[in-house]
Write a protein that binds this ligand. Structure first.
Ligand code: SRM
Ligand code: SF4
Length: 557
């Protein structure tokens, strides 16, 4: 590939000396709240994005002020597990350095928003002091590895969680830049450290790994570059891990109006034993490193590399690099994709309480002091917390005797939404979008309650208020709330306007299809209402809305 056609980000990475660039000086340059352009790219690899408050953009422009810059910081939290102590520390950091909210993401991580540049270093250092880091949480590397939540439910879940941490650790960048810049670590003089897996220009694009434990597909394993489906072995209780079915080439990001971009489900290419899993994951990453498109970032994800190489050539290359021969995929079946709300009982008489956190935003609002409530829970909780891939939270590993105290705090702080919310609202997702996301074309998180109120009123009108419909909103086609897997998805087109996609399933195994474009709320409801009416009248017992639309040929591929 000729040098001249490399995308600008490739040049920035190549010149960065192992992701250092001029970040340290830029962070110390306080007269401006922003970083230089190249450093904003490098900062992502350290787990942070420069943003500005888009609600204030126009006002500040008129006042001839620079935009209200701040930084979003994202943690790396394999499998989404943290301790009560870590929760309390992050809560304090969000209130002292952030905007007073914690955001749980669709990849089981925390995001802090609103950190100003002068606090950036102290905030990242404070996060590290809790033994959570932010390395590779963003950027052209492997991102946070996600795994089925409720890992203590069975010994298999616990094994799988350990695998999430192992894969995440194995695929971490080796540069010491992070420690130098944020943690006052010793400087590396001269040639930067080698990056045995990534090389000096890292990957062409982000890379994502998820591990599912059937029958639950809460991670939506086929939306990821590398999806692993855990297969139980024949150990005591059938719980030991036999290995993983391997799926490659999933990804959801799309660009409006560019037919060369599309969502794609990962395809299963075989079965790998535990002992070969790291070698295989590394070979997939290095094949993407060497064959991925470094000229056009819109076509740089693994899904396009596989389409270009052909799946046979891709698998042959991966097997050669790994020195591993994949076996035939093992049978598995998914029966659900969402969370299991309320209390569930796990092994060793431990209990897990899955709470509903709308759009993953934990804040104190009138009548719902969720941040304060969870701080109170963390202060008495002796188990741990688990962030789910659906932006929700599990208060995990509670002894039977500890449940009552947690129930009381949950009720007192309005955190019992799982028990009070209709099924459709309980399962809905929305990405962050405005005001912090620079790519948002329309509202998502802030519009979610309003849209759900209107949508659920139509469900109630048709007598199906208790029938769950999987609804997801994204403020642009990048798909951060995994909208292309929803039964009903709104994908931001312009302020107040959305493309309507229909027809996903309830197990994360079918993409939806575009149904109508550029609709206002009234247009969305007008498009949906006749379909809901027919669904209410003609649905088979237990039939889901997405399945109904395909069966009755109201949708076509
Ligand atoms: Fe995402 C970019 C938020 C999960 C696909 N995503 C962004 C940025 C960083 C905007 C930017 O580039 O400046 C958003 C920050 C908004 C803000 O203000 O906080 C953002 N993405 C999120 C989160 C927080 C959504 C949420 O509401 O939970 C999720 C953070 C996950 C994490 O902890 O790491 C998040 N993003 C996803 C997912 C879902 C997933 O991974 O399971 C996807 C679709 C799956 C995929 O990657 O294919 C996703 N985000 C994107 C894309 C499109 C990538 C592509 O291949 O085209 C972008 C834009 C980009 O990379 O250029 C993007
Ligand atoms: Fe931003 Fe678009 Fe992702 Fe929503 S889907 S957070 S608007 S990039």
């Amino acid at each position: 590939m000729g040098e001249s056609i490399l995308s600008p980000v490739e040049h920035i990475k190549a010149a960065s000396r192992g992701l250092r660039g001029t970040l340290e000086a830029g962070v110390a340059d306080l007269p401006t709240g922003a970083l230089g352009g190249d450093d904003t790219q490098l900062l992502k690899f350290h787990g942070s994005y420069q943003q500005d408050d888009r609600d204030l953009r126009e006002e500040r422009r008129l006042q001839k002020l620079e935009p209200a810059y701040s930084f979003m910081i994202r943690t790396r939290l394999p499998g989404g597990v943290c301790t009560p102590g870590q929760w309390l520390a992050l809560d304090a950091i969000a209130r002292t350095h952030g905007n007073g909210t914690l955001r749980l993401t669709t990849r089981q991580a925390f995001q802090l928003h609103g950190v100003v540049k002068r606090d950036l270093k102290a905030t990242i250092a404070a996060i590290n002091a809790t033994l959570i880091d932010t390395i590779g949480a963003c950027g052209d590397v492997n991102r946070n590895v996600i795994a089925s939540a409720n890992p203590m439910q069975s010994t298999l879940h616990a094994e799988v969680h350990a695998w999430a941490a192992r894969i995440s650790g194995h695929l971490l960048p080796r540069t010491r830049a992070y420690h130098e810049i944020w943690l006052d670590g010793a400087r590396v003089a001269g040639t930067p450290e080698a990056e045995p897996i990534y090389g000096e220009t890292y990957l062409p694009r982000k890379f994502k790994v998820a591990i599912a434990v059937p029958p639950t597909n809460d991670v939506e394993v086929f939306a990821h570059d590398l999806g692993l489906v855990a297969i139980a072995g024949s150990g005591a209780g059938g719980a030991d891990l036999a290995g993983f079915n391997v799926a490659v080439g999933g990804g959801l990001g799309v660009t409006h109006g560019d037919p060369a971009t599309y969502p794609r489900l990962a395809q299963v290419i075989g079965f790998v034993a535990p002992g070969d899993t790291l070698a295989l994951a590394e070979a997939i990453v290095t094949t993407q490193r060497d064959f991925g498109d470094r000229s056009n970032r819109r076509r740089a994800r693994l899904k396009y590399t596989i389409e270009t190489m052909g799946i046979e050539a891709f698998v042959a290359e991966v097997q050669r690099r790994a020195g591993v021969q994949l076996a035939a995929a093992r049978p598995y079946r998914f029966t659900s994709s969402g969370d299991r709300f309320g209390w569930t009982r796990g092994v060793g008489d431990r209990w897990h309480l899955n709470l509903r956190i709308p759009a993953g935003r934990i804040a104190d609002r009138d009548g719902a002091r969720h941040l304060t409530g969870l701080r109170a829970v963390a202060a008495v909780h002796r188990g741990d917390f688990r962030l789910t891939p659906n932006q929700n939270l599990i208060v995990a590993n509670v002894a039977a005797g500890g449940r009552a105290a947690i129930d009381e705090l949950v009720r007192d702080h309005g955190l019992d939404l799982h028990a009070r919310t209709p099924p459709t609202s309980r399962d809905a997702l929305a990405c962050v979008a405005l005001p912090t996301c620079p790519l948002a074309m329309a509202e998502a998180e802030r519009y979610l309650p309003g849209f759900l109120a209107v949508f659920e009123a139509r469900l109630a009108h048709h007598g199906i208020a208790q029938v769950p419909v999987l609804v997801r909103l994204s403020g642009c086609p990048n798909g951060c709330s995994r909208p292309y897997l929803a039964e009903v998805a709104l994908i931001g087109k312009a302020p107040g306007r959305y493309n309507l996609h229909l027809g996903g399933d309830a197990t994360g195994e079918r993409l939806n299809v575009p149904y109508r474009e550029n609709l206002t709320e009234a247009g969305i409801i007008a498009a949906l209402d006749p379909l809901l009416q027919r669904f209410a009248a003609e649905r088979r017992p237990e039939e889901r809305f997405g399945d109904f639309l395909w069966r009755t040929k109201l949708l076509s591929a």
